[in-house]
Design a protein around this ligand. Sequence first.
Ligand SMILES: C[S@@+](CC[C@H](N)C(=O)[O-])C[C@H]1O[C@@H](n2cnc3c(N)ncnc32)[C@H](O)[C@@H]1O
Length: 231
Amino acid sequence: MNSKELEALFDQQAAGYDQQWARQAPVRDCLHFLLESVFSELPENAHLLCVGAGTGQELLYLAARHPQWRFTAVEPSSAMMQECRRNAEAQGVAERCDFHTGYLDSLPRETEFDAATSFLVSQFILDPRARIGFFKEIAARLKPAGILASSDLTARADPQQQARLMTLWAQVLSAEPVTPQVVARMEQAYHRDVAVLPADNVEAMIRQAGFTAPIPFFQAGMIRAWSARRD
Ligand SMILES: C[S@@+](CC[C@H](N)C(=O)[O-])C[C@H]1O[C@@H](n2cnc3c(N)ncnc32)[C@H](O)[C@@H]1O
């Protein structure tokens, strides 16, 4: 997917996005619960960068628990950003947020952030060098030793294990019993639209981008999340 296709895809999904993924709320809740510990040492007045903020779920969760934190949301889909802003206004936290519709490369370099989130975002960058470049851009926006929390869809390196994991994940996403055809369609869509790599490969990319010691702090089905520090 090029950037126009990606933006169109998320523009189209934005209005129903939270409803579409409601079934996965327990997975997201657990990720957010663990994220609190990852960010537990941040100062009271921390400034966070939320890359690929979507409808704002991680931002809203953290804003509710940390009344003095500020947030900069970066999101290329204008319709997703509209949902994010609307949700932040409804929760009464919008005045602590800056909303940047676009990519990191066009975000003004005024702020050095204490921490960043990137949840289910880097997987959309299919070229490995560009994906490392994406993590590098996040590193460049953080203070020294700033914390990154990043999640992505990941695969098993062994094809048989991966086939079983994909079937399990398809079932997690569906309220109905899944057929082999459904799993095959999902596999094709992943193959076309996202780079679902073995977790070790993604971890290596995070290191190559200038982060030390990525720690896998969450795994649910195909989603793995790491915390890492800027060198
Ligand atoms: C799967 S959604 C996840 C949204 C949110 N982080 C969450 O976990 O609910 C991915 C979001 O990342 C955005 N995105 C994709 N590629 C991006 C990039 N290179 N930089 C910033 N955002 C990107 C998409 O527009 C989309 O809103």
